[in-house]
Design a protein around this ligand. Structure first.
Ligand SMILES: [Zn+2]
Length: 272
């Protein structure tokens, strides 16, 4: 089952969560925005060299379409680390209209409060979405190879566990990021993957030439999630690749570094 449905120009939505829980979770496309040149046209990253005014225009337009006010969004300064932050209502707006107020050095956000939209930015890294339907805990994480092998997924599950949530009850969606055949890594990265996955590692990569490997980051995360107790049936992985699907997404690798960012989002909107 493909979890992401392309029902809008601006974004893809995780359909089964929206229909079942009213959860607003998805991933933006690069289309139908205000940014120009390398950032054409819907860039959500403040930190990539685009004009801040265009990024804000893109954000205001999406906020309107999602019916989730920009004042209720939160964002992070992502550093390919594994730090996670709990977000409360009084922190809403941090990183929404400027980078300076974003959560510093943070690669995952979680909350159990309504009317907060957790956001993260990407161009090839893997977005991980977490939801615990009963207690309504939700999280979003940014998992490039570093976040993946150094434990961002585990850290979300640990944070949930500290709130009394068992990993067996958590649903996860692995979102659009670079696919196995588009992602070539060297021995340095491969050694870290071997360290993180142990005997499961060989199923996530294959050698294509001496010291060069195709690496399946989505599957890496799936196996790590299962290792820490998430049920296989509770993990859904997208087929969308940010590099292959060039009419839909920016790709850091494909666009050789100078490009925009898509945004993942998750939140429950209720009347206040
Ligand atoms: Zn691809």
């Amino acid at each position: 089952m493909e979890p992401f449905q392309r029902t809008h120009e601006k974004y893809l939505i995780i359909k089964h969560w929206f229909e079942k829980y009213g959860l607003m979770a998805g991933f933006t496309t690069k289309n139908d925005g205000y940014s120009e040149k390398d950032y054409t046209s819907q860039n959500f990253g403040f930190h990539v060299g685009d004009q801040p005014a265009h990024v804000i225009q893109n954000r205001i337009a999406l906020a309107k379409e999602l019916q989730f006010p920009l004042e209720h969004w939160v964002g992070a300064e992502q550093t390919h680390g594994v730090h996670i932050e709990y977000v409360q209502n009084n922190q809403r707006g941090r990183g929404a209209k400027e980078y300076d107020t974003a959560f510093a050095a943070t690669d995952a956000l979680y909350t159990d409060e309504n009317n907060i939209l957790l956001t993260m930015c990407y161009a090839d890294c893997i977005p991980l979405y977490f939801f615990h339907p009963k207690n309504q805990y939700m999280a979003v994480a940014h998992a490039g190879w570093k976040g993946t092998v150094f434990g961002i997924a585990k850290n979300v599950l640990t944070a949930f566990h500290e709130k009394g949530i068992r990993p067996q009850e958590v649903e996860v969606v692995i979102g659009p990021g670079i696919c196995r055949s588009c992602y070539i890594v060297d021995n340095y990265v491969l050694n870290k993957v071997n360290d993180a996955l142990g005997e499961m590692a060989p199923s996530v990569y294959n050698e294509i030439s001496k010291g060069q490997y195709e690496l399946d980051l989505k599957r890496c995360n799936q196996l790590i999630l299962q290792k820490y107790g998430v049920l296989r049936d509770n993990i859904h992985t997208t087929e969308f690749c940010t590099s292959c699907h060039d009419t839909l997404f920016f790709s850091h690798r494909r666009d050789e570094g100078k490009t925009g960012r898509m945004m993942s989002f998750i939140g429950l909107c209720e009347e206040e």
